[in-house]
Ligand binder design. Structure first.
Ligand SMILES: Nc1ncnc2c1ncn2[C@@H]1O[C@H](COP(=O)(O)OP(=O)(O)OP(=O)(O)O)[C@@H](O)[C@H]1O
Length: 221
């Protein structure tokens, strides 16, 4: 679950707020697209939800315990992010010096799951994204579509309450993009996770359960 209320943000040298009094809720298992013109503040909103940027006002409650990431200190914010959020980025962000399996296990390390459970969890997610035999391989030997499947596995391996995806298919050819999007939506629904997907693609937006449009005047449903 994600519940955003009365959220405001202005960058330090900007002449006006990017947004003020934003509010919306994403239920568990619901996938919401966030669209809007370039520069309107979508990535900033995503960063505020992830606790990577601080909002000026408002609250962002995440997960079944509805912990407000705005109100937490840096350490607690990092812990909530590690435990409750999975990320999928356009540029994959897969670490080249770790194997595929080690990349997928990173969130398990960060949220402190006992090491003995990492291999089974990682194997299960690799199977769910159709890459069962890919664990020992190096990222450099994978295609863009395969790398984004790895990113999806990594985003979900710790069973987060929320997945944040920023242009998850932006770097892929249309056919691969369709396959990767379908996989992301299937896996998110299967785990009953909430998801917010930033996209410029009408097609991606229409595959989600709901579309939020960020405008300079606020959010439109
Ligand atoms: N740290 C910062 N300091 C000052 N201004 C910033 C900062 N980060 C972003 N901005 C500005 O805030 C505005 C919103 O940026 P943001 O990246 O959130 O937009 P966006 O909607 O995600 O755009 P795009 O669709 O092009 O990725 C832009 O004008 C950007 O230049």
């Amino acid at each position: 679950m994600l519940h955003v209320a009365d959220l405001a943000k202005q960058h330090s040298r900007a002449s006006r707020p990017l947004f003020s009094a934003l509010g919306f809720t994403i239920a568990a298992g619901e996938i919401v697209a966030l669209v809007g013109e370039s520069g309107v503040g979508k990535s900033t909103l995503l960063n505020c939800i992830a606790g990577l940027e601080t909002a000026d006002r408002g609250s962002i409650a995440i997960g079944p315990q509805a912990l407000d990431i705005v109100a937490l200190d840096e350490t607690a914010r990092a812990a909530l992010r590690a435990r409750s959020i999975g990320f999928v980025f356009q540029a994959f962000h897969i670490l080249p010096t770790l194997t595929v399996a080690q990349n997928i296990a990173v969130p398990l390390l960060l949220c402190g799951l006992p090491a003995g459970e990492h291999a089974a969890r990682t194997r299960a997610l690799l199977e769910r994204v159709g890459l069962a035999s890919f664990g020992p391989r190096w990222p450099a030997s994978l295609s863009g579509g395969e790398l984004q499947r790895v990113a999806i596995a990594r985003a979900l391996v710790h069973h987060p309450a929320l997945v944040l995806a920023d242009e998850p298919t932006g770097n892929l050819d249309p056919r691969t993009a369709g396959e990767v999007l379908a996989l992301l939506l299937e896996r998110v629904r299967e785990q009953h996770t909430s998801a917010l997907v930033v996209t410029h693609s009408q097609h991606v937006a229409q595959c989600c359960d709901r579309i939020l449009t960020l405008t300079p005047d606020g959010l439109l449903e």
